[in-house]
Write a protein that binds this ligand. Sequence first.
Ligand code: PLP
Length: 330
Amino acid sequence: MTDAGALDRLANWPRLTLAQLPTRLLQAPRLSSDLGGGPIYIKMDAETGFALGGNKVRKLEFELAPARLEGVTHLVTAGGPQSNHCRVTAACAARLGLACVLVTNGPEPDRPTGNALLHRLFGATIETVEDRAHRAAGMEAAAKRIASSGGRALVVPIGASTGLGCLGYATAAIELVTQLDALGDGRSQTVLIGSTSSGGTMAGLLLGLALLGRDDVRLLGVSADAPADELTDTARALAAEGAELLGAAPDLGSIHLETIDDQVGAGYGIPTPDSDAALRDFARLEGVVLDPTYTAKAAAGLINRLRTEALTASERVVFLHSGGAPGLLS
Ligand SMILES: Cc1ncc(COP(=O)(O)O)c(C=O)c1O
């Protein structure tokens, strides 16, 4: 059942306007015929239209809502040295006239490339920590230091994967469902496949679909790093937080969410033969540029699924292209 009140509160939720929406829903006919003929579409969130795009733009619109920025002098966040989230946060700071501190793990690169180059180009100060485990403490220390010199930091959690940030993907679910309903391709069921890492993207999609009562769209998250069960739990918990913010109690359990972690390979950011092949397939068949860390692994998950399990006559597949291409050029 649709929760009209919550959908209305979501539509009117205060947010920063960054993204150019709706993003395109592209047909992928050549990829589709390569994979057995069932209809495949690509939801082009790589083209959210700010700071080279990607999924973080939608989440940061909510995290950086004007009222949350009152008195704020600095944005502080963290990620890997090639973090897309850090790129978009740094660009937001630039646009808002705020300072930005990015806590990244690993040594300072000799010659920054890809997202690392963009972090610096947007004017962020980079503070490196030894490894992922030290990032949260690094952000806290930066915020304290900023406060002690009279400033005020807004700390954006990693990936902007919070109950608030995931509202960006609840609105994306509504946008996508409107596009699906206009397709007229004779298919009534959708499998939506995308990358998952900090869980906020899948959480938001889950929440949006539950608010709409649209169990005809099933979610398949392909992990970039963490174990599948952990990511499913994180996404469901974040979706519940988002629902609470909206004062809603949708039936989150009615939406199918499966997470798989069989494309991670040797680890986060390390390509596999299948992810390399998927990156090439999307480029050569559709002219679509994926990234090696997230979307190529998600695409490998999609290809593997369609090679082992054909679509039924009522199903279509939508691949969520969540961005990240600057990482390919690193
Ligand atoms: C390009 C890209 N795709 C997908 C993801 C995963 O999204 P989430 O962290 O919301 O699970 C990320 C970020 O981690 C990303 O940068």
